[in-house]
Design a protein around this ligand. Structure first.
Ligand code: 5BU
Length: 254
């Protein structure tokens, strides 16, 4: 049974997840923009347009060809102006000792600016320990399922991811999944693979509609090309926002 966001605040314990729910309630949006564009200016222009409609901005910071730390400052400023959080979709997938450096060092210094990060669980719990040891106040999202066709996250793998999350509630705050993977209301479900006008990209991605994603258990829908390839990204984001939030309200009303 899906609970309204206002009730979820009673169960969700991670401060960043609580913060995200408060943004969702303030702005009436559970839309995350996946801003997969490759120049700083494109990214800033897109966020300037879509910022009012999202609760969360998802970045792949390593695809920005002209990255400088100044981009982060500008994104942080926009996140305050438009009231959204930032999720760096780095998909950490290495030994605890390696991810410590990938998370906190290098060009991107992800631990200094992200609100959420994610990790694959194929490595085992050491990855959680490693990331946690250098985290500032981030929430970790575990990849329990993937949206790509033929992916190897079977039911056993997914349930192992859930167990790992249950073992570290002070750091893990939710899952990347295609449907609800746990009845535990303290974890948030982030669902990628959402598109209104297409069902696939010919490269393995599988898309469902915003309402289908919500009905399957999404708390937050993640949308990339559906928005940033639109000729009117702001209008299109508004459409995704309204469809997803209405579906959530319909599902949770008494
Ligand atoms: P799209 O353009 O809406 O297909 O973008 C989806 C984004 O979500 C993209 O950045 C992917 O890297 C990301 N993603 C995904 O699509 N499916 C997954 O299982 C995971 C991440 Br994990």
């Amino acid at each position: 049974m899906v609970q309204p966001f206002s009730d979820r605040l009673k169960y969700v314990t991670h401060p960043k997840a609580q913060e995200l729910i408060k943004v969702i309630l303030r702005k009436s949006t559970n839309l995350c923009l996946s801003a997969d564009v490759t120049s700083s200016q494109q990214l800033l222009d897109l966020v300037e347009k879509v910022g009012p409609h999202i609760c969360l901005l998802k970045t792949h910071i390593d695809i920005v060809s002209d990255f400088t730390p100044d981009l982060i400052e500008k994104l942080k400023k926009l996140s305050k102006e438009y009231d959204f959080l930032i999720f760096e979709d780095r998909k950490f997938a290495d030994l605890g000792s390696t991810v410590q450096k990938q998370f906190s060092e290098g060009v991107y210094r992800i631990s200094s600016w992200s609100d959420f990060i994610n990790a694959h669980v194929v490595v085992g719990p050491g990855i959680i320990k490693g990331l946690k040891s250098v985290a500032q106040d981030q929430g970790l999202i575990l990849i329990a399922q993937m949206s790509a066709a033929g992916n190897l996250c079977n039911e056993t793998y997914t349930q192992e991811a859930v167990k790992m999350a249950e073992n570290d509630r002070t750091f893990v705050c939710g899952f990347i999944c295609t449907k609800s993977v746990s009845d535990d209301q303290s974890f948030l479900n982030f669902v990628p693979g959402v598109n209104i006008s297409s069902t696939g990209d010919g490269l393995g991605q599988q898309w469902v509609s915003p309402s289908e994603a919500i009905e399957k258990g999404a708390d937050v829908i993640i949308v990339g090309r559906g928005i940033y390839q639109s000729s009117e990204p702001a209008e299109t984001a508004k459409e995704y926002k309204e469809q997803a939030f209405k579906a959530y309200l319909d599902l949770t009303k008494e």
